[in-house]
Design a protein around this ligand. Structure first.
Ligand code: SAH
Length: 395
């Protein structure tokens, strides 16, 4: 008999609705003494089985739910099936399985595997655990990934702050196999991008923006393009490939810009310049100097991790859009990306609209986009739809 986690009265509904995070405040008591990482059954106050999950007393999320089938053991077969289903989407439906492919193999709650992200970069995988229960099972998960994807190596990435949030004592390291080569690169829409698994941001590359980069690249022929927060060159290099007259990429990270410059060379793109600067300051300087662009891309990092930080985050986005509209010539295209999950598409559109009115520019929304489909949105966990990309035109 597994340990039971009994909910307070009237608290079961979200979990019957298959949301996977059971916060401490919803729990009345435990029937048994689970160790952190153990399997538990979530039970309503009335005693009905709700779901099965993994327990962690050290996290605000006391139980993460994985199965809504009573008696389902959360064993190797279970996790193998879930991972195989995630891989099926990427290979059979999305056809992302080319040679030197880069794609997200498994995206945590989006794939009903809360607490685990797996990315593939050619012959290497990166794994990121954000749940202690899965981190404890990492040998089994590595074994399953080897069986299903046959990589040359698997690298562990850890998110800053996660040790504290989950009680995880993990650090970046090779989990299995050969270390990745220094010049590991992936193919993406006919271009090549270097990926630094050990030191790059996120798990090495921003896979979620793949389709948005392609959509923007298609609009850039003959244009002057500003790529703000360019990282390893992403949007800017797509723009250059799409025939842009000139591209200026800006980022505050020198290692990112080094990758960007090497990526430009590797793709034979010459009319691209990368500048190491703070975007807020630099865009102001460009505006003062009277510079104009036909396309401006804003792809800043996450500005808010909790609700208290949202007002300041909105101020940041507002400032960026004010600067971008100053730089955008007549009929220019503005690309507004926002990966802060707590800011919705509606919030973002309203903000863009307000800034445009204040700047006395008419503005048309052309496309409302999200992340690429290897970052699906689980309908039972809408938090998984974090990325917004609004493409608009300012008259
Ligand atoms: N557009 C990129 C991903 C951008 S990620 C792509 O398609 O791959 C966000 C980037 O913003 C990071 O590279 C980070 O170094 C940079 N960054 C964060 N704050 C910044 C700031 N104030 N000024 C300039 N760059 C910044």
């Amino acid at each position: 008999m597994s340990v039971k986690v009994i909910l307070k009265p009237k608290r079961a509904q979200p979990f019957f609705g298959r949301h996977p995070w059971v916060f401490a405040g919803a729990i009345e008591r435990l029937d048994g003494t689970p160790a952190d990482g153990d399997e538990v059954d979530l039970v309503s106050h009335g005693g009905n089985f709700v779901a099965r999950g993994l327990y962690n007393s050290q996290s605000k999320i006391n139980v993460r739910l994985y199965s809504w089938q009573e008696g389902q053991p959360l064993d190797r077969t279970f996790f193998r099936d879930r991972l195989a289903s995630a891989i099926h989407l990427r290979h059979d439906t999305l056809k992302l399985n080319g040679s030197d492919a880069g794609y997200r193999v498994c995206f945590s709650e989006s794939d009903y595997l809360t607490g685990m992200i797996v990315d593939r970069y050619g012959d290497w995988l990166t794994v990121q655990f954000t749940a202690l229960g899965l981190a404890n099972r990492r040998e089994m998960i590595v074994d399953v990934l080897r069986e299903l994807l046959n990589p040359k190596g698997i690298y562990l990435r850890t998110e800053k702050g996660i040790g504290k949030l989950e009680g995880l004592a993990l650090h970046d390291q090779l989990l299995w196999g050969e270390p990745p080569p220094a010049d590991l690169s992936i193919a993406e829409n006919g271009m090549r991008f270097l990926v630094n698994l050990a030191e790059g941001q996120k798990t090495g590359y921003y896979l979620d923006q793949r389709d948005n980069r392609a959509a923007v690249g298609r609009m850039c022929a003959g244009k002057r393009v500003l790529d703000a927060f360019c990282y390893s060159g992403g949007f800017g290099l797509y723009a250059a490939k799409g025939g842009a007259a000139e591209v200026l990429g800006v980022d505050a990270s020198e290692p990112a810009l080094e990758l960007a410059r090497r990526n430009a060379t590797a793709n034979g793109l010459a009319n691209v310049t990368f500048e190491n600067a703070d975007v807020f300051k630099y865009l102001g300087e460009l505006a003062t100097a009277g510079r104009k662009f036909d396309v401006v891309v804003l792809d800043p990092p996450k500005f808010a991790r909790n609700r208290a930080a949202v007002p300041d985050a909105l101020k940041g986005y507002r400032r960026l859009h004010q600067l971008a509209l100053k730089l955008l010539d007549r009929d220019g295209v503005l690309v507004s990306c926002c990966c802060t999950g707590l800011i919705t598409m509606t919030d973002l559109e309203e903000l863009i609209g307000q800034v445009a009115v204040e700047a006395r520019r008419d503005l048309q929304l052309l496309e409302r986009r999200g992340a690429s489909a290897d970052h699906p949105v689980a309908v039972t966990c809408r938090e998984t739809g974090y990325l917004k990309c609004v493409i608009s035109r300012a008259l």
